[in-house]
Ligand binder design. Sequence first.
Ligand code: MN
Length: 218
Amino acid sequence: MTTIFLSILLTLSNNLPIDIGTNNKNNMKFELVQLPYAANALEPVISQKTIELHHGKHLATYVNNLNNLVVGTEFENADLETIVKKSDGAIFNNAGQILNHNLYFTQFSPKGGGQPSGKLLEKIEQKWGSFSDFQKEFENAAVTLFGSGWAWLAADKDGNLLITKEQNAGNPLKNGYKPLLGFDVWEHAYYVDYQNRRADHVKELWKIIDWKTVESRL
Ligand code: MN
């Protein structure tokens, strides 16, 4: 009898949608961000397989974890940015990774590449001399970050740009900066497509950056 009951329960839970897009108030507060392109649209820079694992498994897990972790805490009804700024430990790790990946996945486009324009380009040239000098410094930050983490282009309160290297779930928001562009250098972001060649992956990413989206974050 117990076995039958358990197997019915298992069947029911297996049939639950993996897409956690339904907003069930407190229980399912945070949702998996929708990709603004098809899973294979960024090939060959990022393969469909990597997108499916990275977005559909890694990010979905962070979302699921955070929904469970905030229950009964001071963060139960807080928004993501507030949680990133004020939390630590497991809640910060999962919230930080959701914020990071939301920015990451929405900054790409199959029609991306080239260079920014307008105010963002102006600020980049002011700070680094040229767009290609900025790219060199940003790539260097991404490649030299030891272990898992992120390289970010961010802006301070006065709109001055800076590059930050963040370990693990780190985000410039934690230090009062506005994140504009983030390169994920956790191995899960590139190992399927580039194995150990992080530098090659980082160089390729420029081809799919949607600079209009990045500029809109300034
Ligand atoms: Mn990632």
